[in-house]
Design a protein around this ligand. Structure first.
Ligand code: AMP
Ligand code: MG
Length: 488
């Protein structure tokens, strides 16, 4: 297992705990392809042992033997405070296949479970499955989900629920928290091994340069800056941006009480236990930057291998200052594309911000509004544009629409080509909470058809799929604020 962290200061052997009478709840053929699982006509693995492997009941299937399942230790900051050692409390790394790590989430207690039961409930496993695969289809870097396997085994949360295991795949699950772990142990040898492993496996471009660790920091920070810009562009709120949930590869990981915006609310909080709104939509970029500061301080000893302490601090401080610049550039580019603008003009940021403010003031649905913008042409008149009816302050939106139509004149693109461009930047289908909730409620009655349908629709988020038009609509009034429990 070349990518895996080794040594008992960072991982422990962890056999999964068997799950009684497992059954398939969800399966992603696309994710299965990543690790070359052969599928039958029903879209499930040909080899039936996969069900038991993904339930945590077996460690052998076909040519694969997972002889050394482990869980890893990491440390980190939760809600802005140092939380000390955490670790995979319910994630077990089975091993790697075809350069991908295969993890079982919810397969029982590990060395790092603390007070937890090591299990995951059906509800949260379905949400993680659907969202991982939907994010991938949106072109956003993410861990993938292979399957959800269910069981009638009871799990206690606020009420009694049933257990499930979500199997996930990523080229690595290494986190900022792994750096913080070795830094907190003041073990610079292990810290260096971790950085060297990342460079040799995932950031080869950093090895060539003279300051490999500074370059590694910049590369991780840049990936995460771009990632958070992508989240903003589709209205995704992660919900728990603690440093232990931040990937060293710039992937979206650890789906919990996440949510996509329905109507645009700049300070939307999707996590019901986030009372201060630390992880609200508009704070995500700033919080990701904060997490990169945690990474910088954990990596400081590595820079000190080549530089004086003062120089090292200065180098990391300037590298950290690049984050908002990279983020802003990516954000502007993504939102320009959402407006169908290929060229960059000075007033573009202001134009985007004015629109978002108007959408916030009138609680306009984020996804469907951006999708519908492509119908506006260079010759449109604000008074003919149906979308203006969604805004309370008509004069303000008419003013904006006039400016937008003026701005379109500067583009050398036909209305038709622009529409095509916009339809690749503005998804029609996202995993709205009420859709996930409907699929979960059916699954709790042992009907998994809605998960399959939703998974299929969300695998082509930019396509029209007219037969599934209803899945593109904002939630009905009574479903507008579906509560997402944080217990999972
Ligand atoms: P999260 O915010 O979901 O990433 O979880 C924070 C920490 O709590 C991680 O170290 C998890 O592994 C751990 N954790 C969450 N739920 C459980 C559980 N049911 N059993 C054991 N550990 C858990
Ligand atoms: Mg986590």
């Amino acid at each position: 297992m070349p990518f895996t962290l080794r040594g008992d200061d960072v991982c422990q052997p962890t056999p999964p705990t068997p799950l009684p009478n497992p059954y398939w709840v969800a399966f992603s053929a696309d994710a299965a392809n990543l690790i070359h699982i052969k599928l039958g006509a029903n879209g499930l693995p040909q080899d039936e042992h996969w069900l038991d492997v993904l339930a945590g009941n077996e460690l052998h299937v076909g040519e694969y033997t997972f002889s050394n399942p482990i869980s890893t230790a990491y440390s980190g900051h939760q809600f802005g405070s140092w939380a000390g050692q955490l670790g995979d409390g319910r994630a077990i790394l089975l091993g790697d296949i075809h350069h991908q790590e295969l993890q079982l989430k919810g397969a029982g207690r590990t060395h790092y479970s603390r007070m937890g039961d090591g299990r995951a409930v059906l509800r949260s496993s379905i949400r993680e499955f659907l969202c991982s695969e939907a994010m991938h289809a949106l072109g956003i870097p993410t861990s993938r989900a292979l399957a959800v396997v269910g069981s009638k085994q009871a799990v206690r949360r606020e009420t009694l629920e049933t257990a499930a295991v979500c199997s996930r795949i990523a080229s690595s699950f290494i986190r900022v928290g792994h750096f913080e772990h070795f830094a907190s142990l003041q073990n610079n040898v292990r810290l260096k091994e971790l950085a060297d492993l990342l460079i040799s496996e995932f950031y080869l471009e950093c090895r060539k340069e003279k300051d490999p660790y500074l370059n590694l920091f910049k590369a991780i920070s840049s990936r995460n800056a771009k990632l958070v810009a992508q989240w903003q562009s589709v209205g995704f709120c992660h919900g728990v941006l603690n440093s232990d949930n931040i990937s060293a590869l710039g992937l979206t990981i650890d789906y919990g009480p996440f949510g996509f915006l329905d109507h645009f609310e700049i300070d939307h909080i999707c996590n019901h236990s986030d009372q201060g709104g630390r992880y609200a939509y508009h704070r995500q970029p700033q919080i990701m930057h904060w997490n990169m500061a945690c990474l910088a301080s954990a990596m400081l000893p590595l820079l000190e291998l080549e530089h004086s302490p003062e120089e090292s601090q200065n180098l990391l401080r300037s590298a950290l200052e690049e984050f908002p610049v990279i983020y802003a550039k990516e954000w502007q580019q993504l939102f320009r594309l959402k407006l169908g603008l290929q060229l960059a003009h000075d007033g573009d940021t202001k134009l985007i911000e004015r629109l978002l403010q108007a959408m916030h003031d009138s609680q306009v649905d984020f996804t469907s509004f951006f999708r519908s913008l492509s119908h506006i042409g260079k010759d449109s008149k604000p008074s003919d544009i149906a979308q203006r009816d969604q805004f309370i302050d008509r004069d303000n939106i008419d003013h904006w629409l006039n400016d937008y139509i003026d701005r379109l004149q500067l583009e050398d693109m036909s209305d038709e080509s622009r529409r095509e461009l916009m339809n690749h930047s503005n998804p029609k289908y996202i995993l709205r909470n009420h859709l996930a909730q409907a699929a979960i409620e059916k699954a709790q009655q042992d009907d998994f058809s809605e998960i399959e349908k939703l998974h299929r629709v969300l695998s082509k988020p930019f396509d029209e799929q007219l037969e599934y038009d209803a899945y593109s609509k904002p939630p009905p009034l009574d479903m507008q604020r579906v509560a997402v429990s944080c217990s999972s």
